[in-house]
Design a protein around this ligand. Structure first.
Ligand code: GYE
Length: 303
């Protein structure tokens, strides 16, 4: 007796890190790339990843978080589908002493309820999109906006940043703005409605992600106009699909938003599990890509 090995006897450093990740769903090329990055990195590092797909529903993400708490994971990560409504479940995780990491989208909660946000500056992305739009339109024209998921930080802040950017250009106006839920199908549907009601008056479309822009491009073509020429197209993400559209002259600019967050996520999770501190906001370097270099850049894109 006494020599029986037990998990609790093992030194902490040999224990596998257990991370629960509550993903939003698979609404875009971007999100699929992020999911792949997280799964591949976990596998490579030997992390025990508990992955849950919420199919765009906050209630499913909340259920997943509660199940991670019940399973006593080391760290909980999530991409909050919307910004609000997290207070209660985050407190439950805090009471269970499980650190929370926000991945790619923000949450409006007391800062003590999560450890870090890993992701992009959406306001800056919106500002960059506005500056690019101004160049394409020679500072003048009517823009329609395809917003992301209602209530998502990525939609709220990309809208805010773009509007702030437009303040310097009084002759550029957003004449219509509606959510396309970050998907191609909805982006197309909303763009069709915009074109139907005011097609002759639209000089440009600003889409909060590339997928909706790709949907809008189809709508513009079906309407009989040339996307990228008659109606300029500016969007955010930098997925391969938009590089293909830019190379074909159908889209003009994409503002990059990096989805390959697996390495940063597990680096932070490891530190937190070891009781170390991490930065409140872990940012990534991101560029702006225009149609003129799309062909040449496309083969180097990783997502
Ligand atoms: O831009 C969009 C996705 O949260 C930053 O969500 C992310 C956004 C991304 O569906 O394509």
């Amino acid at each position: 007796c006494g020599s029986q090995p037990s998990a609790t006897n093992q030194p902490a450093k040999d224990k596998k890190l257990v991370v629960g990740f509550a993903q939003i769903g698979a609404e875009s090329e971007w999100r699929t790339a992020e999911t792949n990055s997280i799964k591949e990195t976990a596998e490579k590092l030997g992390v025990d990843l508990k992955f849950s797909d919420a199919q765009q529903k906050q209630e499913n993400q909340i259920k997943a978080i509660r199940s991670f708490i019940a399973q006593k994971v080391d760290v909980i990560a999530l991409a909050p589908v919307v910004e609000s409504g997290w207070e209660t479940v985050f407190k439950e995780a805090k009471d269970a002493k499980i650190p929370i990491i926000l991945v790619d989208r923000g949450a409006k909660v007391d800062e003590s309820l999560y450890t870090t946000f890993i992701g992009s500056d959406f306001i800056q992305e919106g500002k960059n999109a506005a500056a690019e739009m101004a160049k394409l339109l020679n500072n003048k024209g009517n823009i329609v906006e395809l917003q992301g998921t209602v209530g998502a930080s990525a939609a709220n802040d990309r809208k805010k940043g773009f509007e702030e950017g437009l303040q310097a250009f009084p002759d550029m106006k957003i004449i219509k703005s509606q959510s396309g839920d970050f998907t191609r199908a909805k982006g197309k549907e909303v763009m069709e409605a915009f074109l139907k009601s005011d097609g002759k008056n639209i000089q440009a479309v600003y889409a909060h992600n590339d997928d909706m822009a790709i949907g809008a491009i189809q709508a513009i073509e079906e309407y009989g106009l040339k996307p990228g020429v008659d109606i300029k197209v500016v969007s955010i993400d930098g997925v391969k699909g938009i590089f293909e559209a830019m190379a074909a002259g159908k889209a003009n600019v994409t503002v990059e938003c990096n989805p390959l967050l697996g390495p940063q996520l597990f680096d932070a999770a490891k530190k937190l599990a070891a009781g170390e501190k991490v930065e409140r906001w872990i940012k990534t370097e991101e560029g702006i890509f225009r149609a003129d270099t799309a062909k040449e850049v496309l083969p180097t894109r990783k997502y």
